[in-house]
Design a protein around this ligand. Structure first.
Ligand code: SF4
Length: 399
């Protein structure tokens, strides 16, 4: 079910020779789907040239600086109405390990994170559990809120009070919900994961995950742009998509960003198999699948895009991914585990810095909002003071 099919490019126009595609990408041309498919399907022999072009394009805008965000995960609830077959995070009420964080726990974790130098509070949670679970609706009522997103707003206020900048990734949200959260967040996010509607069909990884409808996710990402919310999105590789669909996903992200300009970073994330999931025996994308996707993302999205890969999911590929064109490692926590991939420990930040240095890169901290978005166009006035003060006091003051 999760195996990667080779693409069928029968409907796409014939691709140009690879060298011509790379020349056009380096000249800033807008690549076609056929171009992107040719890049992401390149042969082993062609991969070094594709990666070299991607790295050169990255260097033009980013140089040899690679960033990360020091953050604390706040898994507000792991109840979720969806059932993605690769997920170990979600639980039903009453399952061992099911939780909803109480306000005092949110404050305590935020405080400890701030003491350890974290700047970002990542609100991560399941999707719309109140729609599925009566017990959880009672929990929300006892907390004085009607919806999970209202409760996330409360959690953001707590994190702000403790000196952190919230970044909410709460699944599908309405425009009204995002509007309510904008004054409480430095940025927000939603992984597109894949543009493929096939993954929601019978036997697909998202068959029982109504919130993973790609059309709904594209709509929300677009609406976030209309609300001027700096936004994080990305792809999850190895969940049953074809290679060509990976290229289509990248082009969909590019198209939204051309309309709205709010995509501050694009994550290229690899599926990791775990014994307890339905996809336990599914093949994982290998390092070169990831390198092809990263390099293609860079060449499709351009020199200025922040392209990220999680270091804890590919700890041996730090140098390869730098060579393929990333400029960011995403959030790394000195306090909390990666709740979505709990078996994959974060790298020690100093060790990661040493490896980057040996590869010729400076590892630098950034905030949950990238510097290019710290301005009146993108920041809600209610959170702007916190962001600017944090910037001046920490990473901005050191740059
Ligand atoms: S991946 Fe997200 S949406 Fe899917 S089941 Fe897990 S928590 Fe729910």
């Amino acid at each position: 079910m999760a195996s990667v099919h080779t693409s069928s490019t029968a409907n796409a126009p014939a691709a140009k020779p690879l060298g011509a595609i790379l020349d056009r990408a380096m000249a800033g041309a807008r690549l076609s789907l056929a171009d992107a498919v040719a890049l992401i399907e390149c042969t082993d022999a062609d991969l070094p040239a594709v990666m070299a072009a991607a790295a050169e394009l990255r260097d033009r805008a980013k140089g040899h600086i690679v960033t990360y965000s020091r953050k604390v995960f706040l898994p507000i609830t792991n109840l979720c109405r969806d059932r993605c077959t690769y997920c170990t995070f979600r639980k039903d009420p009453g399952d061992p390990g099911a939780w909803t964080m109480m306000p005092d726990e949110i404050a305590e974790w935020s405080r400890r994170g701030a003491e350890l130098g974290c700047k970002e509070a990542l609100m991560c949670l399941g999707d719309k559990p109140e729609v599925a679970f009566k017990e959880y609706r009672a929990t929300l009522e006892s907390l004085g809120v009607r919806t999970t997103i209202e409760y996330v707003g409360r959690a953001c206020e707590i994190a702000l009070d403790e000196g952190l900048l919230p970044h909410t990734n709460a699944g599908l949200m309405t425009t009204e919900e995002m509007r309510m959260l904008r004054p409480l967040n430095a940025s927000m996010g939603l992984m597109l994961e894949s543009i493929s509607p096939r993954l929601r069909a019978r036997g697909g990884v998202h068959q029982a995950a109504p919130d993973k409808d790609p059309a709904l996710r594209i709509k929300m990402i677009d609406e976030a742009g209309a609300l001027k919310i700096p936004f994080t999105t990305g792809m999850l590789l190895g969940i049953g998509e074809t290679i060509a669909e990976r290229a289509e996903s990248l082009l969909a992200i590019r198209d939204i960003n051309e309309r709205q300009g709010h995509i501050q970073e694009v994550i290229i994330q690899n599926f990791r198999a775990k014994p307890e999931i339905a996809m336990a025996d599914a093949p994982e994308p290998d390092a070169y699948d990831m390198a092809r996707a990263i390099a293609t993302a860079r060449l499709v999205l351009g020199a200025n895009m922040n392209v990220q890969a999680p270091p804890n999911l590919s700890p041996r590929q730090i140098e390869l991914f730098l060579d393929a064109g990333i400029n960011d490692w995403g959030g790394i926590s000195p306090l909390s585990k990666d709740y979505v991939n709990p078996e994959a420990p974060w790298p020690h930040i100093e060790r990661l810095g040493e490896r980057c240095a040996r590869a010729g890169f400076d590892l630098k901290e950034r905030l949950a909002i990238y510097p290019e978005y710290i301005n009146d166009e993108w920041l809600d006035p209610a959170v702007a003071t916190n962001v600017r003060a944090m910037w001046a006091r920490t990473v901005g003051g050191q740059s």
